[in-house]
Design a protein around this ligand. Structure first.
Ligand code: MLT
Ligand code: MN
Ligand code: ZN
Length: 309
């Protein structure tokens, strides 16, 4: 099973269009080794031809241009993307659906009921796409595994997580189960398993168990500290208020580094959905060194992960 990181950045990417923070300025200038990052998305395949897109980034077209192997030439109009799975209805995970409107058949879209509801009302992408290619919605339920034709041998298990519904959602301050999911992606034939959670605020026992069952864990790398945006004067909100657990401990609770430290040493651990303010993006920073000392990788656009049992 192969995972391609199409976009490793959080909302806004790196550099963010209107940001002059240290990371964005240096990434824009091309100095100090800060690599630009597009917004959050991965593609998964077992045969290297049929791919599932997990989250559809606003940067999707640039990401597809950067990955010509997602574009097989089987017919005049063709795409390797057979279906899309959504982890939530956040702008950085769904806006790319609009870029798929030239499809010649309805887009198979796998998402929970609350996410499909948000995308049918508050942010009505689904009815809107009805005027273009159309959407074939497949409601998914946390805890219930599903397969996707023609990806025989691949299983996907959504796991309800605590994070946050988008700011535009009626669920933003009244969360319901399924607003956000983590995904366990499995090759039934080989036993290869990957865990993906670009937004994660709290690791329940179920989440820890799912992470422990995977050979590759891709997890929320948004913030280094819970107060990062406040400290920079960029927001009044803590990371946890936005649905993201930071790498460092906060409020007497362990952070993502401690969470990943609890996994087997053989597990490949990767931080993804990294906000442009996060110091780990600077290869010369202490934060970067600390993360690497813990055996944790920092996702980059274009990164490929072979998942093997
Ligand atoms: C988030 O991950 O918190 C959101 O995607 C932020 C955003 O929409 O930009
Ligand atoms: Mn996001
Ligand atoms: Zn910035």
């Amino acid at each position: 099973m192969l995972i391609k990181v199409l976009g490793s950045g959080a909302g806004g990417g790196l550099p963010q269009w209107n940001c002059n923070c240290a990371n964005c300025s240096r990434a824009r200038a091309g100095t100090d080794g800060l690599k630009p990052r597009t917004q959050s998305s991965i593609a998964v395949s077992q045969n290297g031809e049929d791919w599932v897109l997990v989250n559809a980034s606003p940067d999707l077209l640039a990401q597809l241009r950067a990955h010509p192997d997602l574009q097989p030439g089987r017919s005049l109009r063709d795409s390797g993307i057979t279906a899309v799975i959504l982890c939530d209805a956040q702008i950085d995970h769904v806006t790319g659906l609009l870029m798929l409107r030239e499809r010649t058949s309805p887009l198979p879209l796998y998402a929970t009921r609350p996410v499909l509801d948000d995308l049918s009302s508050a942010f009505p992408l689904i009815p809107l796409l009805g005027h273009y290619c159309g959407v074939e919605p497949h409601p998914i339920t946390p805890g219930e595994s599903f397969g996707i034709e023609p990806l025989t041998g691949m299983r996907f298990t959504p796991i309800a997580i605590e994070s946050a519904a988008p700011p535009y959602s009626p669920h933003r301050n009244a969360p319901v189960a399924g607003d956000n999911i983590a995904l366990l992606i499995e090759s039934v034939a080989t036993g290869a398993r990957a865990f993906y959670a670009p937004g994660l605020m709290h690791a329940s026992d179920t989440i820890v168990t799912a992470m422990g069952a995977a050979q590759v864990v891709l997890v929320d790398g948004t913030f280094w500290t819970d107060t990062e945006m406040i400290d920079l004067g960029l927001s009044r909100k803590r990371g946890t208020e936005m649905g993201h657990l930071a790498q460092c401990p906060a409020n007497d609770r362990p952070g993502t580094i401690a969470l990943l430290d609890g996994l087997p040493s053989t597990t490949r651990k990767v931080l993804i959905h990294i906000n442009n303010t996060n110091p780990i993006l600077d290869p010369a920073s202490d934060a970067h060194a600390i993360v690497r000392e813990h055996g944790i990788e920092i996702a980059e656009d274009g990164m490929e992960l072979q998942v093997q049992p």
